[in-house]
Design a protein around this ligand. Structure first.
Ligand code: BGP
Length: 539
């Protein structure tokens, strides 16, 4: 694997490479005719016809004459920004913090781009006040952050590190003063090294270790945190970390063991939900919302013909290959109390044996699905009636990371398909774009690609809201450029540029754009100047 390729496993990127459609860049259903005096919706690039599609799509055309008078975003929509502890905090060995698998992995030669580590990162541990002030200036209503497990429990279990707890107390108090609601992720990949040495996710006890940690955090921070996420993206910390070896701790488990680790991760989620509820004060119980965050592997139909819509629906829930990049393996046990049949068949004798009670343990009632949304594959109904993926044409627009083509439709189709199957409210817990940002001669950081990306994706989210999908919030990834895992500091996802030599923060152009969007509750996206039509070319 070259240095450019460490972040996502080959399997995920290979899947992507082979399965992206052309002609999917535009915001669907939003080619709104201008009405004098009415706010004008951006004429985003329309859905160009897909070669071979039997008829033109119907849905966008039907909607094309309805002017949009108001933003579809509800008044209480949770606009936010997100980070994760290891990616921003730094202070890796300070005030008693214990090592996580990422501290160890990032120091292995060749593991992370140019040997970068999260030792200092954005130094958020010391600069949290400045960062909260930036969030306040941005006008964000919500901040999704994660707690570093080993900052509060250096060995993962046992003795509490009060200095670590104090940091989160200071952060939450600062957020409170700024009027920003916290969403707290208990675990965003920085697993305690001490527990890894005790078998980590392969040890059934991990579910209790995690539940005890959840209970502790709820006890310490639950007076101010009402919105919780148990875990972020099990596909990545189990799949990339334990199966592909591309992330910490860098193991390459065979399928039978990988499946045990995955199984235990879902047990740990379930037990943490129970612990969070048990450690919520009775008078706060109705306020507490608990979610589970997935690295969603989404699809969009090549056209809005029913056959294509159904093909993409089947593809989004299928477990097709022996890898982590699917949704149902990680969602069905947690939300439906069973493993998906196609996956069980696929893994055959490699399936772990476990007590039936495990499935009950995993399936705890939760309040929302957290969807991290970056991209989608495009699918259509093949000539034989079966779903087939549509290859991405050469030169298709992409972000700074190889695995991310710009496919705004995922913001509509993803929540729509997920809601049809799981029937829960959804929050877009991450969405963002990596670009090769730099400080220009005028001292500013111009990032029009990010603004255009967010605009296109948010319009699609707006379409879902207009159609009644229960989407409660949107968190931009990320407020700051940060340590992008195996890609180190090469990738910049922030609304704020970070100069890692000086730790100077420079809000990018997209910061101002997002500020206006949030301040107008989305309306600025519908009343602004028209987007030029964008055509996907053959490069
Ligand atoms: C998600 C992670 C984030 C962040 C983001 C950026 O997978 O939850 O921590 O890293 O992706 O993209 P990626 O890490 O996939 O390159």
């Amino acid at each position: 694997m070259s240095k450019d390729e460490p972040r996502k496993s080959l399997s995920r990127r290979a899947m992507l490479k082979g399965s992206l459609a052309g002609g999917v860049l535009g915001a669907s259903g939003l080619a709104i005719a201008a009405t004098p005096g009415a706010p004008v919706a951006p004429a985003a690039a329309p859905h160009p016809p897909v070669p071979g599609a039997p008829h033109p799509p119907v849905a966008p055309a039907q909607m094309a004459h309805k002017p949009l008078a108001v933003s579809p975003f509800p008044k209480d929509f949770a606009w936010g920004v997100a980070t994760a502890a290891y990616q921003v905090e730094g202070a890796a060995a300070e005030d008693g913090r214990g090592p996580s698998v990422w501290d160890v992995f990032s120091k292995k030669p060749g593991a992370v781009y140019e040997g970068h580590t999260g030792d200092v990162a954005c130094d958020h541990y010391h600069r949290y006040k400045e960062d909260v002030a930036l969030m306040k200036a941005l006008g964000t209503k919500w901040y999704r952050f994660s707690v570093s497990w080993t900052r509060v429990l250096p060995d993962g279990t046992g003795a509490v590190n009060q200095k670590g707890v104090d940091f989160y107390n200071r952060l939450l108090d600062e957020l409170g003063k700024a009027g920003i609601h916290p969403m707290c992720t208990l675990f965003h990949w920085d697993f305690p090294e001490a527990l890894y040495k005790r078998g980590g996710w392969l040890n059934r006890d991990v579910a209790d270790w995690f539940a005890d940690y959840a209970a502790l955090v709820a006890d310490k921070l639950g007076d101010r945190v009402k919105s919780w996420v148990t875990q972020n993206e099990p596909q990545c910390y189990i799949g990339l970390g334990l199966r592909d070896g591309a992330h910490a701790p860098g193991d390459k488990l065979k399928d039978p063991q990988y499946l045990i680790a995955a199984h235990n991760s879902m047990r740990a989620h379930g037990k943490a939900v129970q612990a969070l509820r048990a450690h919520t004060k009775p008078d706060a119980k109705s306020e507490v919302k608990i979610g589970y965050v997935l690295s969603t592997q989404l699809t969009q139909p090549a056209s809005e013909m029913p056959g294509d819509v159904e093909a993409a629906r089947q593809a989004v829930f299928a477990v097709r290959d022996r890898n982590q990049w699917n949704n149902s393996w990680w969602m069905d046990p947690v939300l439906l109390g069973q493993y998906p049949e196609d996956g069980v068949k696929l893994y055959g004798k490699d399936m772990p044996s476990f007590p039936a009670a495990d499935l009950v343990e995993m399936k705890q009632p939760i309040d929302f699905i957290g969807m991290n949304i970056y991209k989608a594959e495009t699918w259509r109904q093949g000539k034989d009636g079966k779903p087939e993926s549509v290859p991405v044409p050469p030169g298709y627009p992409r972000s700074g990371v190889d695995w991310q083509p710009i496919t705004p439709g995922c913001m509509y189709w993803g929540p729509r398909y997920f809601h049809e199957k799981y029937k829960l409210p959804m929050s877009i817990t991450e969405n963002g774009l990596s670009t090769r940002d730099q400080i220009f001669l005028d001292g500013k950081v111009h990032d029009p690609q990010r603004t255009d990306f967010m605009h296109r994706y948010l319009l699609e989210l707006g379409r879902g809201l207009r159609e009644g999908l229960p989407i409660t919030g949107y968190f931009a990834w990320s407020i700051l450029d940060n340590f992008e895992w195996a890609e180190g500091y090469k990738q910049r996802f922030g609304l704020v540029y970070v100069d890692y030599q000086t730790q100077k923060r420079i809000p990018k152009e997209s910061f101002d754009w997002y500020k206006k969007v949030m301040a107008s509750n989305g309306a600025s996206m519908y009343g602004g100047k028209l987007l030029p039509p964008t055509q996907v070319t053959d490069g």
